[in-house]
Design a binder for this molecule. Structure first.
Ligand code: GLN
Length: 381
């Protein structure tokens, strides 16, 4: 009695691992959300917005004040000039922005290029929109792609390419050279790039985040997706956005309107306060996550995992082939039930499960005390 499209994907493994963590009272290093408070300024602004009666639908495309603040931030931080009236759409998180973008761009049978490993949502996003995904591997310690592999993935059916930088689950930050290879191919094959940049502020060792839409004329064929969840530790607020030229925004807004009508109105007002935080906020965010990154990395290195320090985002994809504890799924279940630490099986980030069978993903988006407890438990491995 259910649709065929629902047979093409399973439930989220990431969210499932959170439930497993709760069952075993395990430290949840599976789902990437902070277990520490959001900034006071944001909490206060959200409460004030409710008291001030911002409790009915916001404008479907997003409260004007927020779209203007997003446009200012995008010009300053991302180097992308957008008209808040015609080129900014506020969505229910980047999750909705990605799904709405795919539905706006893809016809059934169109091909979409996705770098692999990939954030697990992109698989169901492709299935729901009728896209045929074509995967291009990110390989080696720096998780780079081979130019020829990428070029070979394009054909006359290719409609879009999904980019995610900084990348979940690898932590890879795409450099300017890599982005210009992607941009050239996007022009040659006349496709749209949909780029998920939710981790744009979480980037280490002085590296720079580059938005592909800021390069040449790429803004005319790019949907840039961003959000408040990760930068401001408010994953439950569900506020994200998509920047796109008006011809793409028109289609995207129609999908968005009929999917969700709009993102939570009072929280949109609070997100304006988020964008008014001083530059020091972002410096402190990076140094906080940098310490946590080293804490988890050292614990994994000292306890039998092989991994590299991520360049961005807040995950480490660790190799488990040094253990004799089965594949990624058995290993993750053992880790949660016997050691008391939850991680995500690597196979959730690949089309073919075997490709992820020797990896698991940990997040370090947790308080120091949570991470310390995980470090102690990992020593029992
Ligand atoms: N992006 C986070 C992760 O990869 C959370 C995913 C989710 O549950 N929406 O873990």
């Amino acid at each position: 009695m259910t649709s065929k499209r629902c047979e093409y994907f399973g439930e989220s493994v990431i969210r499932d691992m959170t439930r497993l963590a709760l069952r075993h009272d395990a430290v949840n290093l599976a789902q990437g959300f902070p277990d520490f408070p959001a900034p006071e300024e944001l909490k206060k602004a959200a409460c004030e917005a409710i008291i001030a009666d911002h409790n009915q639908y916001a404008i479907t495309w997003g409260a004007r004040e927020l779209r203007e603040a997003i446009a200012n931030k995008s010009a300053q931080f991302n180097g992308i000039q957008v008209d808040p009236e015609k080129e900014v759409t506020v969505t229910c998180g980047t999750t909705e922005a990605m799904m709405a973008s795919m539905l706006a761009v893809i016809d059934s049978g169109d091909e979409v290029i996705i770098f692999e490993p990939f954030y697990e949502n992109y698989g169901p996003d492709a299935a729901v929109s009728g896209a045929v995904p074509k995967f291009v591997p990110l390989e080696g310690d720096d998780f780079t792609f081979d130019h020829d592999d990428l070029a070979a993935a394009f054909n006359h059916r290719t409609k879009a390419l999904v980019l995610n930088t900084p990348n979940n689950p690898t932590g890879k930050v795409f450099g300017k050279e890599e982005l210009s290879i992607i941009a050239d191919l996007a022009f040659d094959h006349d496709i749209t790039v949909i780029t998920d940049e939710i981790y744009e502020h979480i980037i280490y060792d002085g590296a720079q985040h580059t938005s592909i839409a800021s390069m040449g004329d790429m803004d005319q064929r790019t949907i840039t997706i961003g959000g408040f969840s990760k930068t401001y530790s408010v994953t439950g607020w569900r506020v994200g956005y998509a920047l796109a030229p008006s011809h793409l925004t028109g289609a995207l807004r129609k999908v968005h309107d009929f999917l969700t009508v709009g993102a939570p109105a009072p929280l949109q007002h609070a997100c304006v306060a988020a964008l008014n935080l001083p530059p020091m906020y972002y410096e402190e965010l990076v140094s906080m996550y940098d310490k946590k990154r080293h804490m988890l990395y050292n614990a994994l290195q000292n306890n039998g995992f092989k991994c590299t320090l991520p360049q961005g985002a807040y995950y480490i994809l660790a190799d488990i082939s040094g253990f004799d504890l089965g594949d990624d799924v058995s290993f993750a279940h053992y880790l949660a039930s016997e050691i008391g630490v939850a991680a995500v099986p690597g196979s959730s980030f690949y089309k073919v499960a075997e490709m992820g069978s020797s990896t698991v993903r940990f997040t370090f988006s947790k308080s120091d005390s949570t991470l310390q407890e995980a470090v102690i438990r990992l020593e029992n491995l």
